[in-house]
Design a protein around this ligand. Structure first.
Ligand code: HEC
Length: 109
């Protein structure tokens, strides 16, 4: 017996869901990107970036140029944290990096 078309569609949907989840880099798998987004706003990261970069500072996020993967992204956030006395906890740095990845960089690892 062949599976009904609806069953096939369901199975395909499950496959897609699994695949997109697998695209989150291991480094960010326990992170809370929603919290990261709030921290970026609260610490006005973009206000400083906007002094030099267009689109209210958002043009600074350039995947594949200085930053090529999740761990480089995490290091850069840590560097800006240290350089600007934002005093973020390590988990917060990871939450922010995960949010930036979800929003701008889209690294898979
Ligand atoms: C006082 C200014 C200032 C503040 C505040 C600041 N940054 Fe930055 N940031 C910079 C400068 C300047 C650069 C570019 C030079 C560099 O890459 O080191 C940069 C670069 C970056 C990059 C690299 C972008 C890329 O793709 O090359 C990331 C990511 C970043 N900042 C995240 C953050 C986050 C997150 C915060 C807030 C917690 C933050 N920054 C706060 C000045 C700042």
């Amino acid at each position: 017996m062949h599976p009904a078309p609806r069953t096939l569609a369901f199975m395909f949907g499950m496959l897609l869901a699994t695949a997109s989840h697998a695209q989150v880099p291991a480094l960010f798998k326990d992170a809370k990107p929603v919290d990261g987004g709030k921290l970026v706003a609260a610490h006005q990261c973009d206000a400083c970036h906007a002094m030099k970069w267009a689109r209210d500072g958002k043009d600074i996020y350039r995947p594949g140029q200085a930053i090529k993967n999740a761990s480089q992204l995490q290091s850069k956030v840590e560097q800006c944290n240290a350089g600007t006395n934002a005093n973020l906890f390590p988990e917060e740095v990871t939450d922010i990096a995960a949010w930036l990845n979800e929003t701008y960089y889209h690294f898979k690892n």
